[in-house]
Design a protein around this ligand. Structure first.
Ligand code: 5GP
Length: 153
């Protein structure tokens, strides 16, 4: 799929649009979904300009999975749940609305979450998203240890 440089995640990566960041490394960025389906709904994107899974390089795939492990664990710890759900869409036929590859992270189960909202439907209050992001950021260090991405100092 030809990459569209004008998509909103490309703008976020270029600093032309805001995001509520929870984690960043050389190859990935994680931030709050602006229309969360559940509290704690977070996105992880590669900095590489890839539209879908099929365009993503092996090195960016690895970088994404390393970041997803840390952020998903931080989301679990921050939201006080034992499990999490990670998913992504490839192509508009599959429900992809932003053509820059990304993982969605939900705390808990996608199937029996109570009060789950529609996909990309309702904008959240940025102040409330920031409060959730603060909680997630506070657990990034512990999450990295728990998923063995770093060792205890
Ligand atoms: P997709 O439908 O492509 O799998 O998911 C795109 C996600 O990006 C949706 O969950 C949607 O709520 C979210 N989203 C769309 N525009 C923005 C934005 O400007 N900022 C943030 N943080 N999330 C966005």
């Amino acid at each position: 799929m030809k990459y569209d440089n004008a998509n909103i995640f490309a703008k976020i990566l270029r600093g032309e649009a805001p995001c509520i960041k929870v984690h960043e490394d050389d190859c990935t960025l994680a931030f709050m979904d602006i229309m969360p389906q559940v509290e704690g709904h977070t996105l992880v994107i590669p900095k590489e300009p890839a539209s879908s899974l099929f365009d993503l390089s092996d090195s960016a795939s690895l970088a994404c999975m390393r970041a997803v492990k840390i952020v998903a664990k931080a989301v679990e710890l921050a939201m006080g749940v034992k499990g999490s759900t990670v998913f992504q869409h490839n192509g508009k036929e599959a429900g992809q609305t932003v053509p820059h590859f990304h993982f969605h992270i939900f705390p808990g189960s996608i199937f029996n979450a109570s009060g789950i909202k529609g996909h990309a439907v309702e904008m959240a209050d940025p102040a409330e998203l920031e409060l959730v992001a603060e909680k997630i950021r506070a657990f990034i260090g512990e999450a990295a240890i728990q998923v063995h991405q770093v060792t205890k100092p």
